[in-house]
Design a protein around this ligand. Sequence first.
Ligand code: BG6
Length: 465
Amino acid sequence: MNKEVKFAEDFWWGAAMSGPQMEGTFDKAHENVMDYWFRTQKDDFFDGVGPEVSTDFYHQYKEDIKMMKSIGMNSFRTSIQWSRLIKDLETGEPDEKAVEFYNNVIEECKKNDMILVMNLHHFDIPIDLLKKYGGWESKHVVDLFVKFAKTAFELFGDKIEYWTTFNEPMVIPEAGYLCGFHYPKLVNKGKEAVQIIYNLNLASARAIELYHQMCNGKIGIVLNLTPAYPRSQSTEDLNTSKLVDAFYNRNFLDPAVQGEFPKEVTDLLTENDVLWESTSEELKTIHDNTVDFLGVNYYHPKRVKVRETKLECDQWTPEQYYEEYDMPGKRMNPYRGWEIYPEAIYDIAINIKNNYNNIPWFISENGMGVEGEEKYRDENGKINDDYRIDFYKEHLFQLERGIKEGSSCFGYHTWTAIDCWSWNNAYKNRYGFIGLDLATQKRTIKKSGEWYKTVSENHGFSIEE
Ligand code: BG6
C-alpha cells in the first residue's frame, strides 16, 4: 500500500546556504573569524581546504540560482557577510562592491521567482571585532551589529520580504567557548558563554526592533533546536534533560518567541553567581521585540543522562550537570557522527504548537553530510544518493504528521543546495542536491536534486507503508 505525504500548495521547498560557506572571499572588505582561523591554523581544516574559493557563488550566482530553480526550489536562504558588506565596522558604512553583489543576487532571485530569505549572521563575526573587543562578549559589538543591520535594511530592506537575524546563535557560545571546536576554541568558559547568549539575544531583539521601524516584511531567527531526550524516566535523568533543553534550546527560543529567558536558567545562573549583565531597558527591548516567524534547523537529537562522574573544571559550566548518553542501537550517520532520528521533527512541531503560540515556522535546515560520494557516481556522471532521498522522506513524513496535528509549519529547507564549505570539515562531507567538483567548479545535479523537483511539483511524494 502506498501512502501520500502531502503539503500545502504554497509550501516552501528550498535549501539553505550561507555567505561564508559558498561565496569565496573575493573582494571582501574584512576577514571574518573563519577566514582568520583558516589562515592561521590550516591544519584544523580537512585536507587543508579553506574558504577562499569555496563554491564560488560570488561569480557563479546567476547560474547557481537558475540551477536551484531547475530542481524545484521555490525559496532559498543565504546570509549577508558582515565582513563583506561593511567597510567601516564602527560606523556601518557599506562597501560599494558588496552592495552591487548583494543587489545582483536579489535581482537574480526575483528574475527566477525565488523567495529569498536573508540572514544577517552565520557564525561569521569580523575578526577585528573579536580581537579588539572580545567579540560577542562585548555590548559594543552588539551596537556595531545593529549598525550593520541598519545598513542592510536601508539598502535591501524593502527588496527582500523575509529576514532572519542569526543562524544557530547557540553554536557561537557552545562551539567557541564551551566545547572548543570553533575558533576561539575555548572550553568550559561558562561565564563568558552566558554573557554571549544574552548579548546575542539582545542583538537579535534590537535588530528586530529596527527592522519593524524601517521595513514592512517579516523578520525571524534561525535556531538549532536539538531536542534533549533522557536516558531513562528516572527523576534525575528527566530533570537533567529539562535543564539541557532549557539551556541549549530555550535560552534562545523563549526570548525569541516569548520575550523572556527561561526562569530555571536565570535561577541556576543566579545561584552560581554567573548570571549575565543586563539592564532593565535591555530586558524590555528583548521582551517587546519578538520574532514574526521561526526557522528551525534540525539534524540530530541530544541524548543525555544525569552526570555520573564529576567534571573537573575550575569554573561554572552547564556540562557539570549532564553527560551525553550513548544510546545502544541508535542509528548513525557515520561520516558526520550524528544520530539519525526523524521522529524529533514531529516532537519539535508539537512543541511549537503547544508551547510557542503555534508561531509560523519552517524547517530552515535538515540534511545528511556524506563523505566520498564519488563512489555513487554512475557512467552518466550522476551521483545516485538514494540514502539522502530516504533521509529526507523520513523527515518529511514526520513533519507532515506534525502539520496534520495543527503545527503551523510553512516550509522545508534542506542543507544544502550546492555542496559547500564547512567549518573545519571543509569539503569532507557533501550535503548538496547539486554536486561540486572542487578542481573544476563543475556542478552536477544529483539524483536527490531530480527527486526534489518532483516533490516540489507534486507538493509531496508517496511512500510504501
Ligand atoms: C548547521 C550550520 O549547523 O549545520 C551550517 O548552520 C553547517 O553552517 C551545517 O554547515 C552542517 O554542519 P557541518 O558541520 O557538517 O558543516
